[in-house]
Design a protein around this ligand. Sequence first.
Ligand SMILES: NC(=O)c1ccc[n+]([C@@H]2O[C@H](COP(=O)([O-])OP(=O)(O)OC[C@H]3O[C@@H](n4cnc5c(N)ncnc54)[C@H](O)[C@@H]3O)[C@@H](O)[C@H]2O)c1
Length: 270
Amino acid sequence: MAYNLLKGKRGIITGALDENSIAWKVALKAKEEGATFILTNAPVALRMGKINELAAACDTEVIPADATKIEDIEALYQQSMEKLGGKLDFVLHSIGMSPNVRKGRDYGNLNYDWFLKSLDISALSFHKMLQTAEKLDVLNEYGSVVGLSYIAAQRTFDTYGDMAQAKAVLESIARSYGARYGMSKKVRVNTISQSPTKTTAGTGIDGFDAFYEYADRMSPLGNATADDCANYIITLFSDMTRMVTMQNLFHDGGFSASGITDGIIDKMKN
Ligand SMILES: NC(=O)c1ccc[n+]([C@@H]2O[C@H](COP(=O)([O-])OP(=O)(O)OC[C@H]3O[C@@H](n4cnc5c(N)ncnc54)[C@H](O)[C@@H]3O)[C@@H](O)[C@H]2O)c1
C-alpha cells in the first residue's frame, strides 16, 4: 500500500545492481511513494548489472558515476538536478566493496592497497557525496542522506574483515557531516545498520549463511529483509522523520539489543 510519503520529492539512488540489491527495493518503493529520482552505479557495475530494467520500471534514467571520483559525483548532481527539474530532497548511499573480503584475505594478512580501496569505496565515498552536495548546494532544507551500515562497526564478526573499519568510518561520517550539514543547510544525515541480507555484497562474505542464520535466531523478529529496509529508508526520506539526524539506526529485528534468544537456545540444545 502506498501513502504518497515522497510526493514531489526528488532524489538519487546509488547501488542498485540486481533485483536483490537493497537499493533496487528502495527505488521501487520510492516510485510507489511518488518520488522522482535518478539511478546511478559505477560504470563497471552498469555493464554487469540489470539496472536498465529497473530504470524502465521506475520511468527514469541511469547516470553512471564512480562514487570514489569527485568529478563523477559533480556531474551526477548537476545532471540529476537538470533532469529532475530542481534541487534534491534525498540521496541513498548503498555502496560497499572490499577487495580483501572479496578475495578471501585473512584479517592477519591484509593487502593495504586493497584496505585503502575498501575504505575509499565503502566509507570515504559517503563523505565525498556529502561534501560535493554541500559545495554545489544540491539539497533542499530537511533533505535526507542515508548510508547503509552493519553491526560489525561495533562488534567483531571474523570474516567481515576490513569492512568492519569501513562501516565504523561510515557511521562516524554520518555523525560529523550530519552536525555540519544540519547547521549549514538543515540537511539530515543518518546510517541504517541492517540485518544480514542475501545480496551480491552480503553473500560475498565468507560464511554468510552462518551469519544469516545466527542473526535470524538472535533477533526476536528475525532478520529484516531488503524490502523492510527499503520501507524504513522511505520513512527517513519523508517529512515524518524531519528531526532525525546524525544517528546510526539499527534495523535488525532486535539483534543489536539481544543477549540470547530462544532461537539460539533451541539450536544449542539440538
Ligand atoms: N547485504 C547485507 O548483508 C548488508 C547488511 C548491512 C549493510 N549492507 C550494506 O548495504 C549496502 C548495499 O549493499 P547490498 O547488500 O544491497 O549489495 P549490492 O552488491 O547489491 O550493492 C552494493 C553496490 O555497491 C556498488 N558499488 C561498488 N563500488 C562502487 C563505486 N566505486 N561507485 C559506485 N557504486 C559502487 C555496486 O555496484 C553495488 O551496486 C552496502 O553498503 C552494504 O555494505 C549490506
